[in-house]
Design a protein around this ligand. Structure first.
Ligand SMILES: Nc1ncnc2c1ncn2[C@@H]1O[C@H](COP(=O)(O)OP(=O)(O)O)[C@@H](O)[C@H]1O
Ligand SMILES: [Mg+2]
Length: 252
């Protein structure tokens, strides 16, 4: 087995709500390997987003350790975490927030310049990424209000990848999109994964989940089970059956 890129040990997260403590993540142990496309599935409220936030250093665990590469991120201050995230993690959410006063290209470059990269190298990388997600040069010059929701989501993926993150984290990336544009986004994620990008995606959508090669099923803050699938191939009915069988076993 390859050395884990991300490790959670005895991870717990609790929130206090109305005086009572709500245990949202319960003693989770987990290892993610480089090159994996890990999908976190489960019903709404199972703790999927909370788990993704803890793994990516967007939030700190109540108990337990998160090791990202060689760094124990669960011990870092908020400021140090922010710097760490910028360098090592990419994020895609259901809603992509772009700066409206900047062109699509400048939105992406700004994310890169935050960590002081060479501007020409950044432009070259942005162009390559835009080409990979089918965003034309004309669209790169447009402003966020002039592009469609599907285009915005693909721009969001480019922005998330501009700093060559070790892991791309996506939380319900197709949740706000129609079927066709959602499919474009999934194909984009699959294409980057095929080139070696590690991905962690939260979803409660089975069509999205099929893209992963490892599916973790979360229930009430614990990993109830996991299923390993091979590399995604379009229209592989065995894969679909295997995933369906796993999910029905999980009570999906
Ligand atoms: N910041 C927070 N404060 C209080 N409760 C929270 C917070 N974040 C999440 N929760 C609670 O944790 C539970 C799991 O939430 P979440 O991880 O968003 O679930 P999922 O992504 O699986 O739908 C929910 O009951 C939610 O209300
Ligand atoms: Mg969620």
């Amino acid at each position: 087995m390859k050395k884990a890129i991300l490790k959670a040990e005895s991870l717990s997260k609790s929130f206090s709500s109305g005086g009572a403590l709500q245990h949202v993540l319960k003693n989770i142990d987990l290892q993610l390997c480089p090159g994996d496309f890990t999908v976190i599935m489960g019903a709404s409220g199972a703790g999927k987003s909370t788990l993704m936030y803890a793994l990516s250093g967007m939030d700190t665990p109540t108990l337990g350790t998160i090791t990202f590469g060689d760094t124990v991120i669960s011990g870092l201050s908020q400021d140090a975490l922010a710097v760490f995230r910028r360098r090592h993690c990419g994020f895609v959410f259901q809603q992509i927030y772009l700066i409206e006063s900047m062109s699509v290209m400048d939105n992406v470059l700004t994310a890169g310049l935050l960590i002081n990269r060479d501007k020409n190298a950044l432009i070259a990388r942005a162009r390559k990424l835009f080409a990979a997600v089918d965003i034309s040069e004309a669209t790169q010059k447009k402003f966020p209000t002039q592009i469609s929701g599907g285009e915005a989501q693909r721009v969001g993926i480019v922005r998330a990848l501009i700093n060559e993150p070790e892991v791309l984290f996506a939380d319900e990336p197709t949740g706000a999109l129609n079927s066709k544009t959602g499919l474009d986004v999934l194909n984009t994620l699959t294409a980057f994964h095929d080139q070696g990008q590690s991905v962690v995606m939260v979803t409660h959508d089975i069509r999205s989940a099929r893209r992963g090669n490892r599916i973790l099923y979360l229930k009430d803050g614990s990993v109830l089970g996991e299923c390993r699938l091979g590399r995604y191939v379009h229209g592989d009915s065995n894969r679909h059956e295997k995933l369906n069988a796993f999910l029905s076993e999980m009570g999906w």
